[in-house]
Write a protein of this length. Structure first.
Length: 311
């Protein structure tokens, strides 16, 4: 029996928390409304802030199948929606001709109708998401939509408006119940307004220091509380600098887990220099922070934490 959807914002936040996702109330509200009104949820934000994770958590906590479409440049309907199994169709033609014999003739109309039946249809993620499921409609994740081009966006309009796909040789496939749709974008380009109008929109920002500490406590519970506070303070300071790529929450977690593996109970300048590759992904950023700048930031973080503790 399908697990019931949350009936309030608080229940939505609790649902995410059961999947170890620490959400702020505005995100829980946007997700609740999208679920309640059966509308897609479009999430924008920097890479690594937890957009994709929301779909994974929904799939796990609701017991729904996760159907993921990873977007890329040049993505087309054959890869995203459907294509015909041409090799199998050709084999069917040869087998039919061999069985009936050329002299007896082949019923071309019947063969054509059979060739474009469901058994020759290769279903890609978007078509799979329209199929009924005993556990309830699946969670459809359309990840990094900004990597595709505008013609593919236009193709999505029918799916996101009516939850159906038209296949010229086959007919229209309509979802008996709309899937839960999560779209994400890292905003490397603007998504067209026509698609955004069909969705609820939410910008997933970097978390506050308090929420990021709670995220690390949930995802890396083996990290010492003092280490967690220093890691989050250091990362928050880095995001205030003009770096090529500021670290996301994913990098914060990677760094905290790496420090735990090194048996660190608190940050030290030497270990920061040795592990910056877990936090920063561009050499120019690493070169800028390593050494005196890392020591300066760490000293500032420790001073602020000491002042907070004293209060």
């Amino acid at each position: 029996m399908p697990i019931a959807l949350p009936t309030s914002v608080d229940e939505t936040a609790a649902l995410l928390a059961r999947g170890d996702y620490v959400a702020d109330r505005s995100l829980a509200t946007a997700l609740f409304l999208a679920l309640k009104l059966k509308r897609p949820l479009f999430l924008e934000g920097e890479a690594g802030v937890g957009k994709t994770e929301i779909a994974k958590v929904l799939s796990a906590t609701l017991g729904r199948r996760l159907v993921r479409l990873q977007c890329y440049e040049g993505l087309d309907a054959a890869s995203a929606v459907y294509e015909w199994n041409y090799a199998r169709q050709m084999m069917e033609i040869r087998l039919t001709e061999a069985a009936e014999g050329k002299a007896a003739g082949v019923d071309r109309d019947a063969l054509a109708a059979d060739l474009f039946s469901e058994r020759f249809l290769i279903k890609r993620p978007l078509l799979q998401a329209l199929e009924p499921d005993p556990a309830g409609p699946p969670v459809l994740l359309i990840d990094e939509l900004d990597r595709t081009d505008e013609p593919f966006e236009a193709y999505l309009l029918e799916i996101l408006s009516d939850f159906q796909v038209t296949i010229p040789e086959f007919g229209t496939v309509h979802a008996p119940e709309p899937p839960i749709v999560i779209l994400t974008s890292n905003r490397t380009r603007e998504i067209h307004d026509a698609l955004k109008r069909r969705c609820f929109y939410h910008w997933v920002d970097y978390p506050s220091a308090d929420r990021e500490r709670r995220i690390v406590a949930v995802k890396a519970p083996q990290a010492d509380a003092r280490l967690t506070a220093q890691v989050v303070g250091f990362v928050q300071s880095l995001r205030g600098l003009d770096l090529y790529k500021s670290p996301g929450v994913a990098e914060t977690l990677d760094w905290a887990q790496a420090l735990v593996e090194l048996n660190q109970l608190e940050l030290e300048p030497a270990v920061i220099n040795d592990t910056l590759g877990a936090l920063l992904k561009y050499q120019d950023d690493i070169a800028r922070i390593q050494g005196s700048e890392a020591a300066r930031i760490l000293a500032q973080v420790k001073t602020e934490l000491a002042a907070t503790t004293a209060r």
